[in-house]
Design a protein around this ligand. Structure first.
Ligand code: ZN
Length: 336
């Protein structure tokens, strides 16, 4: 805690009480972060990215890109998980692919053990380990946990270095990685694991609060993935129709991550309530519970499910808008 802020709060009994409450909330939140430690975000970055980039006409010019081996040892020096294996999905170096295929196929790559089993920060346990640390940007009050914004920035800059070398394959592959972190931070539960009010109330029964936070997070993602797979018009529309931000304001991948997390945090309260209504009381329970995705159907209008869809559509639209903005930044800055 900032000592100057403490000094201010110490004035007067009420402020003292408030400080105690605030500290209790913070401690509770930290413990909660440890257990509710999701590392994935939106269900299938690849499936969503395929829809998002459908309207990016300029990408279509990059339809014949020769796959090249990774030769960035000198500049790509960030630690990589010991079990990460570099894959070439479309074929070995020398094969021809397209920008759209690279972006779609590698949108999920940072989740493929790239960021697992690393020692990055003393505080990484608060976000569930090294992958959680790199893929999230938790905020509570003035505290922030996670480095998703700098990861997005790191890979965006590597994309620029690949472009300088005339290596289009790694330009787009690094862009796909940068895109992953931008997309992660638009999932509201990656900005804060539960509504702040509930964290506060749940201090007395902490196990229950931790269980329910995990259930809410994972079930939102299960449900969202199932609805995209079923081509739900609300979800497809959100991913398809979103417009990019003005890059005079949204000036960098780091900005996109910080702003995405900032806008998502207040939505957690609304999502949480709607999840309780739609999924039922099991999602609030201490025990792990997952919705039966096979039983899910596209929502009928006027139902609780339809209301939930519209709420999810807001951050999902941001996932799309922020992805398109990132591509626009690359298009402009790297002359793609
Ligand atoms: Zn991720």
């Amino acid at each position: 805690m900032n000592p100057r802020a403490m000094g201010t709060l110490d004035k007067g009994g009420v402020m003292k009480r408030n400080r105690k409450l605030l500290c209790a909330v913070l401690v509770a939140a930290l413990v909660l972060f440890c257990v509710a430690s999701p590392v994935d975000a939106w269900n299938s970055h690849g499936a969503c990215t395929k829809l998002i980039i459908g309207d990016q006409e300029w990408l279509k010019a990059y339809d014949t890109i020769t796959i090249t081996p990774w030769t960035y040892e000198d500049v790509d020096t960030a630690a990589v998980g010991p079990n990460f294996v570099l894959q070439y999905i479309e074929g070995k170096p020398g094969t021809v692919t397209s920008a759209a295929a690279i972006l779609t196929n590698y949108a999920d790559e940072p989740d493929w053990k790239m960021d697992q089993d690393l020692k990055l920060s003393l505080f990484q346990a608060l976000t569930g380990g090294s992958q959680g640390w790199r893929h999230q940007y938790y905020g509570l009050g003035w505290l922030r946990f996670g480095v998703a914004p700098s990861r997005a920035q790191y890979f965006f800059e590597l994309a620029g270095k690949a472009k300088e070398k005339g290596d289009l394959y790694w330009t787009f592959r690094y862009l796909a990685r940068a895109m992953h972190y931008v997309q992660d931070t638009t999932q509201p539960y990656h900005g804060v694991p539960a509504p702040t009010g509930l964290i506060f109330k749940g201090i007395g029964n902490f196990g229950a609060l931790m269980g329910s936070a995990t259930n809410h997070h994972y079930n939102l993602e299960e449900y969202q993935g199932a609805m995209v797979a079923r081509s739900s018009p609300v979800f497809v529309g959100a991913l398809w129709n979103a417009a990019p931000l003005d890059i005079a304001t949204a000036t960098s991948p780091g900005w996109l991550c910080r702003h995405g997390a900032y806008l998502g945090r207040p939505e957690v309260r609304k999502l949480w309530a709607m999840e309780t209504t739609f999924f039922g009381k099991d999602v609030d329970g201490k025990d792990s519970w997952t919705v039966d995705v096979n039983a899910l159907r596209v929502a009928k209008s006027g139902t609780d499910q339809a209301a939930y869809d519209w709420q999810i559509a807001q951050p999902l639209e941001r996932m799309s808008a922020y992805t398109k903005t990132l591509l626009l930044l690359a298009h402009q800055e790297y002359g793609l």
